[in-house]
Design a protein around this ligand. Structure first.
Ligand SMILES: Nc1nc2c(c(=O)[nH]1)N[C@@H](CN(C=O)c1ccc(C(=O)N[C@@H](CCC(=O)O)C(=O)O)cc1)CN2
Ligand SMILES: NCC(=O)N[C@@H]1O[C@H](COP(=O)([O-])[O-])[C@@H](O)[C@H]1O
Length: 205
């Protein structure tokens, strides 16, 4: 079973119809030889307009929204860590064997990691230790234009407290061409993402 996070990648400049595309890759692979032992059983988003929710609902998969600002407004005095504990409670309630972050754009504190006692993995559009954090594709593209790098990559890694520093499980290099636009690179990276997120989920289920 998979409890899958999908959050609107607020940094994405892509049209809304492509959001949740990595969740869709998992949905499409579930029950096939590419991902024979896993089903997406729950989708949680931090944004109510995340298209991944629609993708899940189209397949009658339970969904939930837990927005940070809404949670803090409804719980005066609550902290970001309290929010993480609420997110963890929702995840644990779905009894997953694996939690997949695909466009979940909140840094999770130990409160989450201490409560969720199953493996948690994250899809990150960069090579290990290269561009940790948000806007990794844009930063890699700028570094390429400066001549600092000649390629970038994508990885799926275990989630630990240190952002994007968990054990890499699947890593793929992505080349950048001299005439590439940022959109060209994004398109190439997303294609690889859709492959390795399934590969990583298969490794752990
Ligand atoms: N404890 C961990 N939490 C998360 C990890 C992780 O490895 N360990 N991975 C991230 C995903 N991610 C990169 O892969 C990432 C996403 C967002 C940010 C970030 O700076 N977020 C800001 C808010 C940005 C926004 O809301 O638009 C923040 O949390 O303040 C960094 C890395 C998921 N969580
Ligand atoms: N740092 C985390 C991060 O940047 N995650 C990125 O969010 C996008 C989600 O796309 P999707 O909604 O189409 O699956 C993906 O490109 C993923 O690499």
């Amino acid at each position: 079973m998979l409890a899958v996070y999908t959050g609107l990648c607020s940094l994405c400049s892509r049209p809304s119809s492509t959001l949740g595309s990595n969740l869709q890759a998992l949905l499409d692979a579930s029950g096939t030889p590419r991902l024979p032992n896993a089903q997406v059983t729950f989708v949680l988003s931090s944004r109510s307009n995340a298209y991944g929710l629609t993708r899940a609902q189209n397949q009658s998969i339970p969904t939930s929204v837990c927005a940070l600002k809404t949670y803090l407004n409804r719980h005066p005095g609550a902290t970001r860590e309290d929010y993480d504990a609420e997110v963890a409670r929702l995840v644990v309630e779905s009894k997953p064997d694996l939690v997949v972050l695909a466009g979940w754009m909140h840094i999770l504190s130990d409160r989450f990691l201490d409560i969720v006692n199953v493996p948690c993995i994250n899809l990150h559009p960069a090579l290990p230790g290269a561009f940790d954090g948000a806007q990794a594709i844009e930063r890699a593209y700028e570094a390429f234009k400066r001549g600092d790098i000649h390629h970038t990559g994508v990885m799926v890694h275990r989630v630990i407290k240190e952002v994007d520093r968990g054990e890499p499980l699947v890593v793929r290099q992505v080349d950048i061409g001299p005439g590439d636009s940022l959109e060209d690179l994004e398109t190439r990276i997303h294609k690889v993402e859709h492959e390795i997120i399934v590969e990583a989920a298969r490794l752990l289920t």
